[in-house]
Design a protein around this ligand. Structure first.
Ligand code: PDD
Length: 289
């Protein structure tokens, strides 16, 4: 039996969940989204994700349609359908429907609110260790990459271009600096120092990025939020990409050249163990800070 999805106040079968062709998400990509991982039935870092959703909504001049408790209630009911499993929740809020297709929106518009959960099989440590290949691409995106907007055409094309080159991720270069991936944040390790670009409007404030920095801090792994040039990227000992569904993956080839020693690095091994321990704790229902 397939799970029900949440749409505008109701839980319905996915086949019955319909939105109007006048929805501004459909017409303009006018909306924002979140992807929230669930381990053993527990929502991971829900507060962080809902805070980022609030920020994204604020940036596009939309009111948050729900309080934290209401969101929690909706998402808890949604994920309970799949019991104590690992899942990924997709949540989207668009500005809603207008009969006239006008870029400007009316004041009285009602948002479209949608959420769905799916079983997630996170990569095992062994699979993660196999790593991924990445290519660098010029970043053609706009100035507000900190907003988790559903308007993802540039990311879609970049991911496609990476796939055409036999890679699983594209790393965006903006003004000579590596910022983030098409679907993930970027870390490098250089002389044992873990480095990720500082938050700015050139990249998404990834929740996994935040968790990695928190784990580094708590466990004495030296880290810095600093710019990464293309030369830094080329000479890095390790490169990692982080996201909610793929967690922290080592990049073993960049533009067809091996990264560092060509295998998952020792700092990645340490971080992966810490991340896995965090997930295990949550799966047992223990609080994860
Ligand atoms: N993407 N940067 C971009 C451009 C992303 O699309 C994502 C995640 C991230 C990592 O953010 P987080 O750690 O919060 O998942 C960074 C999601 C998973 C997606 O679009 O499916």
């Amino acid at each position: 039996m397939s799970t029900q999805v949440y749409l505008n106040g109701s839980f319905v079968a996915v086949e019955e969940a319909k939105i109007s062709v006048t929805d501004r998400g459909f017409l303009f990509g006018d909306g924002v989204y979140e992807v929230i991982p669930v381990y053993g039935g527990y929502l991971f870092k829900l507060q962080h994700h809902l805070q980022r959703l609030r920020n994204s909504l604020q940036e596009i001049h939309m009111d948050n349609p729900h309080t934290y408790d209401e969101w929690k209630q909706i998402l808890t009911r949604l994920t309970a359908q799949l019991g104590h499993s690992d899942q990924a929740v997709y949540l989207q809020v668009t500005r809603g429907c207008t009969d006239v297709r006008d870029h400007a929106w009316p004041a009285d518009i009602e948002p479209t609110i949608y959420a769905r959960t799916k079983l997630l099989t996170p990569p095992s440590s062994q699979q993660k260790r196999q790593g991924i290949h990445a290519v660098t691409l010029d970043d053609p995106r706009w100035q507000h990459c900190n907003i988790k907007a559903i308007t993802l055409l540039a990311n879609v094309l970049a991911r496609h271009e990476a796939a055409d080159a036999g890679a699983q991720e594209a790393i965006f270069i903006r003004d000579g600096l590596a910022t983030e991936g098409a679907i993930s944040n970027l870390f490098i390790v250089k002389d044992k120092l873990l480095i990720t670009p500082p938050q700015s409007d050139s990249l998404l404030p990834g929740i996994t990025r935040e968790i990695v920095l928190e784990l580094a801090k708590l466990n004495g792994i030296p880290y810095a939020e600093a710019s990464i040039s293309t030369a830094d990227l080329r000479t890095a000992d390790e490169i990692w990409m982080s996201s909610s569904t793929r967690e922290v993956l080592p990049v073993l080839q960049l533009n067809g050249e091996p990264v560092g020693s060509g295998v998952a690095g020792e700092v990645w091994e340490k971080m992966n163990a810490l991340y896995e321990a965090c997930k295990q704790k949550l799966r047992k229902g223990e609080a994860v800070s």
